[in-house]
Design a protein around this ligand. Structure first.
Ligand SMILES: [Zn+2]
Length: 272
């Protein structure tokens, strides 16, 4: 279904995990981001892109390599792909592919396109790298922490900010990779929100956000969550887990993710 629509912006939302997929179009290009999950949902995005693209080139951005975000790659075989260098160098590519195959197998899902790890044509290597196409510019920042290969992208002059699996309103930070990286990525997010003043923030899961103060709140909430988790791990203070989970619509699903975060922090503390 379509969650959000505005001139040049269409945000689709999957029935699964409120995962978003975006199509941004400017006079110069059509940018598709993380097309996902179910076959009819991916098809809806393909049809939409076919309807609007005209003679414009189609680019396909992956915000990161978690399997739910790369599941639709080959539904856009002509698109020019963009992702981070760490995405290209992911040492566990087969793991992501296997997770897709397992998901489809478990749910008896057939797709009309092959499942593969995306091959990337435009590789982003550093912060503030940008691509220009006519009047359209896409600025990038590396965003590791949630996983190792995240990427923030800001489309200008439209002010559309794609953040992948950060700054969601339906889940707290999921830290699969590294807590220090996650904190640094939040610092970058704060700088981008203040300096670039994006008009629309699109998270990988949950609702888009059109107000800078709300973006600031989401950043602050993530920082506070991590601070509380760190205090818990060091034995300074007990994390009020029930109070955290009570804030969400889907507390049962989130409980184990919170536990995974705490385990990751405790494990990384014990290394020192
Ligand atoms: Zn995700």
């Amino acid at each position: 279904m379509i969650q959000f629509r505005q001139a040049g912006i269409c945000v689709f939302q999957s029935a699964l995990y409120q995962t978003t997929a975006s199509v941004i179009d400017t006079p110069d290009l059509v940018l598709v981001v993380d097309p996902n999950w179910l076959p009819h949902e991916v098809q809806e995005i393909v049809s939409y892109v076919d309807t609007i693209k005209g003679s414009r080139p189609v680019y396909l951005l992956f915000t990161h390599s978690d399997y739910d975000h790369i599941i639709g790659w080959q539904a856009f075989p002509q698109a020019i792909t963009i992702a981070s260098e760490a995405f290209v160098n992911n040492p566990d590519k087969q793991k992501e592919v296997d997770q897709i195959l397992e998901f489809d197998d478990k749910h008896y899902i057939k797709r009309n396109y092959p499942i593969q790890y995306p091959e990337i044509q435009i590789v982003i290597r550093q912060d503030e790298e940008f691509l220009s196409f006519g009047q359209t510019r896409i600025r990038f920042w590396l965003a590791p922490g949630h996983n190792a290969d995240g990427l923030f992208a800001l489309l200008e002059p439209q002010g559309v900010w794609l953040v992948g699996d950060y700054l969601s309103d339906v889940e707290f930070p999921f830290i699969y990779h590294n807590i220090e990286d996650y904190q640094m990525t939040l610092e970058k997010a704060s700088k981008i929100a203040n300096e670039a003043q994006p008009k629309v923030l699109i998270p990988g899961h949950g609702q888009v956000c059109q107000h800078i103060p709300e973006m600031g709140k989401r950043i602050l909430f993530s920082q506070q969550y991590i601070d509380a988790a760190l205090r818990h791990a060091s034995g300074e203070e007990v994390f009020e887990e029930e109070a955290l989970l009570a804030q969400y619509d889907f507390p049962k699903g989130l409980r184990s993710s919170h536990q995974d975060n705490l385990n990751l922090i405790i494990k990384s503390n014990s290394k020192f």
